[in-house]
Design a protein around this ligand. Structure first.
Ligand SMILES: N[C@@H](CCC(=O)N[C@@H](CS)C(=O)NCC(=O)O)C(=O)O
Length: 253
C-alpha cells in the first residue's frame, strides 16, 4: 500500500505523482496544507520527514523521502514499467541530469514562485515576526526564508534564478538533438524531474524563456503534456495561477 503525503501545487510532489502515474501505481494521496495550516511542520509529519518538506512516500509503513529518491525507489521497487536505463553509463547520465536538475533549476524556480505567488502568506508580518513565525521554524528552509524575508527576493536573486533556468533550457535543447527525450530514445526519470519545473515557469508566465528560442524544448514539453500520465499528475489545483493571484517577479523598483 502506497501513501503519498504531498501538496497539489508542489513541484517536488508533482515529480512523484508523475512517476506514480507513468508506472500506473495506485496510491492513497494525503494533501497537506503548506500555507496557513503548516501541516508539513507538525510533529506527526516531522516523524515521517524530519526535513519538514513534501513529498513523503510511505510504502508498507516505511517512509521514503526526497522526491528524486522516491522516484528511483519506485522504479526499483516496482519495475514492471521501467523509467531507468539498463545500461550503466546511460543510468549514470540519467542520474547526472537528476542531480543537476535538483541543484540548479529546482532551487532557482523557488525564487519567482515565492515572489509571484506565496508572499501574501506573510502580509502584515514585520521582519522579526517573520523570522520567528515563518523562517526559524523550518528545519530545511530556515535560511532560504531568512534570505527571502517577508517582502521577497531581491532583483539580483530573481535575475540569477532566471539565468539558471535559461541555462537549463539551453542544456535541454542540446540534449534533445538526440531526442525525443533527454536521454534519447527512452523516456526516463530525467524527463519526469524537469517537467514540473518547466510547467511552473509556464504557469508563472515565463514560457518566452524557451519558446521561440528552443524549439526542441517546446516540442518536448508538448510531448510531455500529451502523455496520459501528465494529466493525472497535474490534476485541477496543481497550478498556482488557478488559486493565487500572481504578482510581479521583481518587487523593488
Ligand atoms: N529535496 C526535497 C525538497 C522538497 C521541498 O522543498 N518541498 C517543498 C515544496 S516543492 C516544501 O515542502 N516546502 C515547504 C516550505 O517551504 O516550508 C525533495 O525533492 O523532496
Amino acid at each position: 500500500m502506497l501513501v503519498l503525503y504531498n501538496a497539489p501545487h508542489s513541484t517536488c510532489s508533482q515529480k512523484v505523482r508523475l512517476c506514480l502515474a507513468e508506472k500506473q501505481l495506485p496510491f492513497e494521496e494525503i494533501k497537506l496544507d503548506l500555507g496557513a495550516g503548516k501541516d508539513h511542520l507538525k510533529p506527526d509529519y516531522l516523524k515521517l520527514n524530519p526535513n519538514g518538506v513534501v513529498p513523503t512516500l510511505v510504502d508498507d509503513g516505511k517512509p521514503i523521502t526526497d522526491s528524486s529518491v522516491i522516484c528511483e525507489y519506485l522504479d526499483e521497487r516496482y519495475p514492471a514499467t521501467r523509467l531507468t536505463p539498463d545500461d550503466l553509463v546511460e543510468r549514470a547520465r540519467m542520474r547526472a541530469w537528476m542531480r543537476f536538475l535538483e541543484e540548479v533549476p529546482t532551487s532557482a524556480v523557488r525564487v519567482p514562485s515565492f515572489n509571484m505567488a506565496f508572499l501574501p502568506r506573510f502580509a502584515g508580518l514585520d521582519r522579526d515576526s517573520f523570522l520567528r513565525e515563518e523562517a526559524d521554524i523550518r528545519p530545511l528552509r530556515k535560511h532560504f526564508y531568512r534570505r527571502m524575508g517577508p517582502t521577497g527576493f531581491k532583483r539580483e536573486d530573481v535575475e540569477a534564478s532566471l539565468e539558471q533556468l535559461r541555462n537549463t533550457w539551453t542544456r535541454m535543447e542540446k540534449a534533445l538533438a538526440d531526442g525525443p527525450w533527454l536521454l534519447g530514445a527512452n523516456y526516463s526519470l530525467a524527463d519526469i524531474v524537469v517537467a514540473p519545473l518547466i510547467d511552473r515557469m509556464a504557469d508563472l508566465g515565463f514560457a518566452e524563456t524557451w519558446e521561440g528560442q528552443h524549439p526542441r524544448v517546446t516540442d518536448w514539453y508538448a510531448r510531455m503534456r500529451a502523455r496520459p500520465a501528465y494529466g493525472q499528475a497535474f490534476y485541477p489545483g496543481s497550478r498556482l495561477s488557478e488559486f493565487m493571484p500572481l504578482t510581479a517577479a521583481v518587487k523593488e523598483t
